[in-house]
Design a protein around this ligand. Structure first.
Ligand code: TTP
Ligand code: MG
Length: 242
């Protein structure tokens, strides 16, 4: 069996219910623990849809997705939520406290572990400045924190759960370049044994990924490392220079 956390897509096709054309066609790849798999492609290419299939927000129309060699449909909801942390493109906070938001998926974490997750996510500074700190209130939808703070709290929440698979959907876009760089450097150690899948807009942030999948109109049109794709893929070159 592949290692726990391994994500395998086998010839996956997906169309939204009622839509005529599939949004994803014949997607096959393996994201291995200890590696970063980046997905890049223009808006509407299907990147978010692809990520959303992994925690079963929808089921593939054709083909199969396996986690650690087990088909998603046999895994069960609990195993999926215990093993996979997803930071969605529009990160969401629940009304409650910062702590209750961080504990979603990490009920038994020690308080120190929550602070460690906040430090990695570059969120410890603004949380410690808020009155009440971990007990400080978050309003419905997280409207009383900024977009960049919301993003970092959702990254901290994902880290606190200590999953085997991380899904980041454009999760660093609201951060300034310097915070983005610090956060990425801090993420290396805590995610080193996990399978990490990152959807990115900025190529600069994924140049060191172990594999990059170039998605275009729902198909993987090229794959490889940054250097390989610069040589082989016109679509990639266009993304790099755009
Ligand atoms: P996405 O998967 O949202 O495309 P994307 O994530 O690559 O785009 P972006 O970079 O802007 O985040 O959408 C792919 C197609 O699927 C697009 O035509 C819109 C459609 N779609 C739906 O029909 N219903 C949905 O719920 C979503 C998320 C997308
Ligand atoms: Mg998207």
């Amino acid at each position: 069996l592949p290692e726990p956390g391994t994500v395998e897509f086998k010839d996956v096709t997906f169309g939204y219910p009622g839509a005529e054309a599939p949004v994803l066609s014949n997607i096959s790849f393996t994201a291995k623990p200890g590696q970063t798999t980046a997905i890049i492609g223009s808006t509407g290419a299907g990147k978010t849809t692809l990520l959303n299939l992994i925690p079963r927000l929808y089921d593939a129309t054709e083909g199969e997705i396996l986690i650690g060699g087990v088909p998603l449909k046999e895994l069960g909801r609990e195993a999926i939520s215990q093993n996979i942390s997803a930071v969605p493109q529009r990160p969401y906070l629940f009304s409650g406290t910062i702590e209750s938001n961080l504990r979603f998926g990490a009920q038994d974490a020690e308080e120190e572990e929550l602070w460690e997750a906040l430090r990695i996510a570059q969120a410890d500074g603004f949380v410690s400045e808020r009155e009440g700190q971990l007990e400080s209130k978050i309003s419905q939808g997280g409207t009383n924190v900024s977009g960049g703070q919301r993003q970092r709290l959702c990254i901290a929440r994902a880290l606190a759960a200590k999953p085997k698979t991380y899904l980041f959907d454009d999760s660093f876009s609201a951060l300034d370049v310097s915070t983005d760089a610090k956060l990425r450097a801090a993420l290396v150690e805590p995610t080193k044994d996990a399978a990490v899948i990152i959807v990115a807009q900025r190529v600069s942030t994924i140049t060191d990924a172990d594999q990059i999948l170039v998605l275009d109109h729902g198909e993987i049109v090229a794959r490889g490392t940054h250097e390989e794709l610069l040589e082989s893929s016109e679509t990639y070159q266009e993304i790099v220079t755009s």
